[in-house]
Structure formats: C-alpha cells, structure tokens
Ligand binder design. Structure first.
Ligand code: ME8
Length: 513
C-alpha cells in the first residue's frame, strides 16, 4: 500500500493580512496531515504564499513599497500564522524563491517545446482581484461597473500581446480523465460544475502578461511575465524540488494525494492545472477538494469585502484549540458555513469544557481519591464495558475511510457521540457507589481511562495541544501516538502511575452574568 501522503493548501496572496478563511483551509489540511501521520504515513504538508502578479504589484504600489519588500512583510504574517495555528507543515513555499522560478521556467520550456504555447494577442476582460480572464458571457454590469458574475470582482478590459496555452485541445482528454477518476474532484456537487464548464467548450488560455513586470519572466521573451496562475500552481511541484524528478521528495510525494482548496479556485485546480500537467507529461494529482466558504452573514468572508473575523483575535481570546475544534465541527465540510462568536462560545462550553474537559477531570480526580493515581487492576469487562470500548474497534475502518474521503462530518460526529457515551457510562456506572465492590470500581476506572486515551487520540488531529495534555495522564507523547491503538483495550499498564491533568478548557461565562 502507498504509505506516502502529500497534502497542500492554496498558497495565499499576501495582498493583505490572513483572515479566517485562510485559517480554515490551513487548519483542516493540518487535521488531515496529522491524522495520516498517526496512521503511520510519511506525510508532506505544504503551505505558502503566492507573491507575483498584478494584484500584488498594485497592493505594493498602494503602500509605496517595492513588491518584494511588501511580500517579505506580509508573507511573514502568513508564516507566523502557521505557527499560531500550530500547523505541522513540512515546508512553507514563497513563489519569489529561486527554487520556484526555476521550476516554473522549466515547465514553461517543456510546454513551449511541445508546441503547447503560441504567441498571439489577448483582448478581453481581466479581474486583477481574481487574477482571472473572463469571457463576455461571464461578465455583467452592476451599478455602472463591469463585474465577474461568479466572484463579483471588478473586471477591466485588456488588450495586449500574450502567449496562449492550447487549452482547447485538452477538453476531451480532461473529460475522459474525470470519468476515469471519479474521485479526482470532490465534493461531487462541485465536480458536476467543473464537468459542465469543460463540456461547454474550452478556449485557449492566455498565459503571459506584458503590461506589468512583477512576475517570472518567460525564458524566451523577457517582455512577458508568466501568468500568475501558471506560476502559482507550479508551487506544488517546486516544493518537491521539481524539475529534479530523481529527488527523494519528488519521488516520494508526487503525484500529490490532495490539493485542499476553497471552491473559489476550483477551476484553476481542476481544469487548468491538470491540462498543464497532461500537456507537460507530468502525472496528475490524485484529488482536488474544493471546500465551502466561511460566511459572514450571507456573504463570503473576504479581504475585499472587509467582513473578516480575525483569527488572531479569536485565538487570543478563546485559545487555538477552541477555534480549531469549532471550525472542524461547525462548518459541514464541503459546504458553506456561517460562524459566529456566540456559537463558538456555546461550542466551547458544551463540547470542550463540559463533554471532553470535564470528563477527563472527573475520571482523574475520582482515580486520585480512590485508586491513588494508579492504573487499577481490572476485572473482566462486563457487556456495557465492551460495548463502549468496542465502538472504536467496530468503526475503525469507517473512521479511516471518513478521513480518506474527507468526510469530516462523520469523524467529528463519531467523537462527539463517543464523548456522550463516555459521560453516560460514567454516570450510569456510578463508581462512587461501588466502594464495596473494588473489583468493579477498578474495572469502571480502567474503562473510563481507556476511553480518555482513545478519544484523545482521535482528537489529536483536531486539537493537538489539548489532546497531548490529556494523553500526558498516561505519559503518552506525540511521537508515541498510534491511531491503530484505539482498537485495543489493554493499552494501559496496570499499576502504572497516572498524572493529574491540567485544566483543558475554561468555560466561558456569560458576559451578562
Ligand atoms: O486564491 N472561506 O489566494 P487567496 C473559506 N493565491 N476559505 C477561504 C475564504 C472563506 N471565506 N476566503 C479564502 C488565492 N479562503 C491564490 C491561490 S493556489 C495555487 C493559489 C481560502 O489568498 C480558500 O482556501 O485568495 C481559498 O481557496 C483561498 O483561501 C484563497 O486564498
């Protein structure tokens, strides 16, 4: 079995500081990366910043900075955010790095050599905000402005000499690829949109710009810079040291297992990117997953709309793991999701403070009073014990499948149901009434501790530092976590000492109290 896993986030435009939407994609990618690591996979997890193009050039001009100094400053805020979000990324790529321009120019040369690129003239609409070309029927007039129908971004008329990629020739091959690889584009609803877009006919794509200079030069014609999307998409290869196809990173991790992106950039990843790769003779990634948008009210949270919830402020106030958990649970993965501070607070109280934190505290303090902070000697398990313990074993393959299919809702619901079941078990078994039946009391304690271990392992990809705090009860460190071990019920060593647990989540008091 292929035990390598390569996951990427979009590389973000450092045109303004990161916001909740960026944090969302990165946190979810981190969740999948961490899960695959504890499942025993070799994981490569990539994120970074997309620094060329007119959008960045204009943003830099507005600040009175040269584009590179501007990018240095803002790219750093994205890199810092990766640390703040506790991302386990193996690399952070900037498209202004040498390794990247080398890789892009190499890809360009291949496409040119294969006669996939020709020089002509572009006249049509361009949105600097989307860095995208639009045809007449994709543009409408609103309040005297021309805007792109799908994104609402302003478009401007562009007429200039441009190189074109022969995208029109790839229509049938792309359709064939989608039908032979039905899980290449997920979720399914989005796949259908892409397929109908391709079926409608593909026009050759302008892949260079002449009217500004902030980009990677076309190797054979320095008057042109390479279209920022051809540049940006190639980051997924440059980070593996492409064009050196014998490099270990490239050999281990290409083709990518999954490009995790927002639905706004699906066309670039599911149409243009595979067409470039097919044309260059490079294997295609296995999956492109376009998740939904984080909404603010009814509209997309975005820099240009100015309706952003600052992830840093939320983290300062509620803690990182609260945000990670909330985003993973609240937004039905694949769909758009509305988030709010009120709902975040109630989620912290109900799921994290009450359901998980309180359960861990209760079990450990009961152990302290009755078992002297020791793993007690268990007697044989009763039916209720086995029933609770076995839900992990019985659902083991389903849990893995849910992650492999990006069915995050199943994964999160499974955790929540397990927490309810654990709390119910502890309440129903009333170990405090079993002081005359030490064997049973000890067995209940053993089961309850085992459940903390299993649930904390499942929570590790979602809330890594809180899960590690809980696993410290048993002296389990990050490197020791094995997902496989949730199947077993005998992982706690009898008579071993356990550690007290630090407060996991503080309940949010109602402001009006
Ligand atoms: O598009 N909800 O960069 P970008 C959910 N540089 N996710 C959101 C979001 C929201 N409201 N807003 C942004 C670019 N995102 C290109 C990508 S990749 C080769 C080049 C996330 O800074 C989501 O993943 O505009 C979206 O696709 C991405 O940020 C766009 O980031």
């Amino acid at each position: 079995m292929d035990k390598n896993f390569y996951i990427t986030t979009p590389i973000y435009y450092p045109s303004a500081k990161p916001h909740m939407g960026h944090a969302y994609s990165s946190i979810i990618a981190d969740l999948f990366a961490r899960f695959k690591r504890i499942q025993g996979y070799k994981v490569h997890f990539l994120t970074g910043t997309d620094e060329h193009g007119q959008k960045i050039q204009r943003a830099a001009e507005k600040r009175g900075l040269d584009p590179l100094s501007f990018c240095d400053e803002i790219s750093k805020t994205f890199r810092d955010l990766s640390t703040t979000l506790n991302l386990s990324n193996n690399d952070f790529i900037r498209t202004t790095e040498k390794r990247h321009s080398k890789s892009v120019q190499n890809l360009w040369n291949i496409l040119e050599k294969k006669k996939e690129i020709y020089l002509s003239k572009y006249s049509g609409w361009y949105s600097v905000s989307d860095e995208a070309f639009y045809s007449d029927d994709e543009v409408e007039e609103k309040e005297g402005n021309k805007i792109a129908k799908n994104s609402g971004s302003l478009v401007e008329w562009v007429e200039e000499e441009s190189y074109f990629f022969k995208l029109s020739q790839w229509q049938d091959k792309l359709l064939k690829f989608y039908s032979e690889n039905p899980n290449f584009i997920l979720p399914n609803s989005r796949k259908n949109e892409v397929i109908s877009f391709v079926k409608n006919g593909l026009k050759d794509l302008s892949v260079s710009r002449k009217s500004f200079s902030w980009g990677i030069k076309v190797p054979s014609n320095k008057d042109h810079v390479i279209y920022v999307w051809l540049d940006a998409l190639t980051n997924y290869l440059s980070a593996l040291n492409y064009p050196d196809e014998n490099d270990k990173l490239f050999k281990n991790f290409w083709p990518a297992t999954i490009h995790l992106i927002g639905k706004d950039i699906l066309r670039f990843h599911a149409v243009y990117w595979p067409a470039f790769l097919l044309a260059a003779g490079i294997p295609l990634p296995k999956r492109v997953y376009g998740h939904g948008w984080i909404l603010s009210g009814d509209t997309k949270m975005s820099k240009s709309k100015g309706n952003i919830l600052d992830p840093i402020e939320i983290i300062d106030r509620y803690g990182l793991d609260s945000l990670r958990y909330y985003l993973a649970k609240e937004v039905s993965f694949g769909n758009d999701g509305n988030i709010s501070q009120e709902k975040l607070e109630s989620c912290i109280n109900s799921d994290l403070a009450n359901n998980y934190g309180n359960y861990c505290q209760r079990v450990v303090s009961f152990n302290e009073k009755n078992c002297n902070l020791t793993i007690p000697k268990k007697d044989s398990f009763s039916k209720v014990d086995i029933y609770l313990l076995d839900r992990f074993k019985n659902n083991f393959n389903k849990i893995i499948e849910s992650i492999d299919n990006q069915d995050l809702n199943f994964y999160m619901n499974f955790i929540i149901e397990s927490l309810f079941a654990a709390n119910k078990y502890f309440n129903d078994q009333e170990p405090w009434n079993k002081k005359n039946d030490v064997k049973r009391l000890n067995t209940i304690m053993y089961v309850s501790l085992e459940i903390i271990r299993k649930i904390s392992i499942m929570l590790y990809p979602v809330i890594p530092s809180s899960s590690l705090k809980a696993l410290k009860i048993f002296g389990i460190q990050e490197k020791d976590i094995k997902f496989e071990s949730i199947k077993k019920h005998n992982q706690l060593i009898i008579n071993n000492k356990i550690n007290k647990i630090d407060l996991l989540f503080k309940k949010i008091e109602n402001k009006n109290d």
